[in-house]
Design a protein around this ligand. Structure first.
Ligand SMILES: [Zn+2]
Length: 144
């Protein structure tokens, strides 16, 4: 991705946002001249590999993420649709720029996104995807 100002090919992503037409808008900052520009990309081919807690590797599956978000947001009032939420999480995961991500990365990013959407959904997701065992764990999480 060449800088439109100086032509340098190295830039860093400062912000990624999922748009309703299935593209990602990225704000990039040129590592040479420091100027910022915007690029639009599509998310059709997502090559991310996920390593789970048993160290097994599998391709990232958006369906799986969407199902867990559907569960967490069930009966909750959210400003975003389930699809928008899971796409936003996917975009943020891609933004980590790691070839391999872990299930922990997914949970962390999902909680960040859900926290902005619905506190209850965030809490449901948290209890489903972490080894929280007591109200104390949840309380610690809330106060974090
Ligand atoms: Zn530049």
């Amino acid at each position: 991705m060449k800088c439109i100002f100086c032509g340098n090919s190295e830039s860093k992503v400062v912000d990624s946002r999922y748009l309703k037409d299935s593209s990602i808008r990225r704000r990039r900052e040129c590592l040479k001249c420091g100027k910022r520009f915007t690029t639009y990309e599509t998310v059709e081919n997502n090559p991310m590999v996920v390593t789970n807690v048993n160290n097994e590797r599998e391709a990232f599956k958006l369906d799986k993420l969407t199902k867990s978000i559907e569960y967490a947001t069930y009966c909750q009032e959210c400003d975003m649709s389930v699809e928008e939420i899971s796409k936003t999480i996917e975009v943020k995961l891609i933004g980590l720029s790691k070839q391999e991500i872990t299930t922990k990365d997914i949970v962390k990013v999902a909680l960040e996104v859900l926290a902005e959407v619905s506190a209850m959904a965030c809490l449901v997701y948290y209890t489903q995807h972490t080894d929280c065992e007591s109200f104390d764990d949840i309380r610690r999480f809330i106060n974090r």
